[in-house]
Design a protein around this ligand. Structure first.
Ligand code: SF4
Ligand code: SF4
Length: 307
């Protein structure tokens, strides 16, 4: 299947966050194994041995009890494929959860069984993944995990992979050798990374601030958490918010960008990530209308006791 999954396996060392390093363990540890992560940093040209195919004795094992957080683009693609609205998809196939490092609300695929250890709703016993071309990022990466690291003052983040070797997965014993770059291409992860990047950036920042009690020492409010959840999970609701609320009276979005966001879900997601960065971290990702800006400055001065 070239499948699963992600995070929070027992015994996995979670990164320690601080203001000097932003780090995100993006995926791909299953819950069954006690310490499946091999702490070896793999670059694009490093090779590893792995092959997942219908003939393996563990076929479908990994699609049970899998812990799969769904980033925004993953939700968008799955909902589209199933001809569902994002809200219908969320209702039918996900459970609410908390992103461990940032504490923000996210959703995970709802596994069957009362204890969540049953089969993935998209699994077919004989054929494997029924949504293969639309499968989530975490299923594409497996058995690679991805870590993004940004050192203080560094311009860009550095991504690297590591191997997740779980006892039940026999794919590691197969003879096929490939480089990380070849595997990533075969699994089609790049488009997912490209679109989800802004969302991951927000989570990484929130996680790094969390050790200081939240952004500027404040935990995100219930309203901020709701905003984050809306952008992360329901692009249609966010579109209504942009076009039917006071959003456009507050923000001066260039005409062209607005037209694109009106009809293109991926563009709308980028607008959503920019909005979150502006609201959460005061980044200059969106411009406010001059009058709104002046009013906000005047209000801030008054609150600070100035004139
Ligand atoms: S989405 Fe597909 S690959 Fe991923 S756990 Fe479900 S059945 Fe397996
Ligand atoms: S456990 Fe490993 S080899 Fe077996 S089906 Fe899942 S990914 Fe493929």
């Amino acid at each position: 299947m070239g499948t699963p999954e992600d995070e929070d396996g027992e015994g996995v060392q979670r990164p320690a966050y601080g203001r000097d390093v932003e780090m995100n363990l993006f995926d791909a540890v299953r819950a069954q194994s006690s310490n499946p992560v091999q702490p070896v940093k793999l670059g694009a040209n490093d090779s590893f041995c792995f092959h997942c195919h219908k003939g393996v004795s563990c076929w479908n094992v990994c699609c049970h009890g899998a812990d799969i957080t769904l980033p925004p683009y993953d939700i968008l693609r799955l909902a589209r494929y199933l001809h569902l609205t994002p809200a219908e998809f969320l209702e039918g196939y996900t459970v609410p959860a908390e992103h461990a490092e940032s504490g923000m609300p996210v959703v995970k695929i709802k596994m069957s069984g009362g204890d969540g250890k049953g089969a993935c709703p998209f699994m077919d016993e004989a054929e494997g993944c029924r949504v293969y071309d639309f499968r989530p990022s975490a299923c594409r990466y497996y058995p690679l995990g991805l870590i993004s690291v940004k050192m203080k003052d560094a311009e860009a983040k550095e991504d690297f992979h590591f191997i997740v070797r779980e006892d039940h997965c026999r794919g590691h014993a197969e003879a096929k050798t490939q480089s990380v770059a070849e595997f990533r291409k075969e699994q089609g992860v790049e488009r997912y990374e490209q679109i989800n990047r802004g969302w991951i950036d927000v989570l990484m920042k929130l996680a790094s601030w969390r050790s200081l009690g939240g952004v500027m020492g404040k935990e995100p409010s219930a309203q901020v958490r709701q905003m984050f959840f809306m952008v992360s999970t329901d692009v249609e609701r966010f579109r209504r918010f942009v076009f039917d609320s006071r959003f456009l009276q507050i923000y001066a979005i260039p005409e062209e960008a607005l037209e694109l966001a009106a009809k293109n879900d991926e563009a709308l997601l980028q607008l959503g990530f920019d909005w979150l960065k502006n609201v959460l971290f005061n980044e200059p990702t969106l411009e406010m209308h001059e009058k709104v800006l002046q009013d906000a400055i005047a209000r801030a001065r008054t609150e600070a006791g100035g004139v």
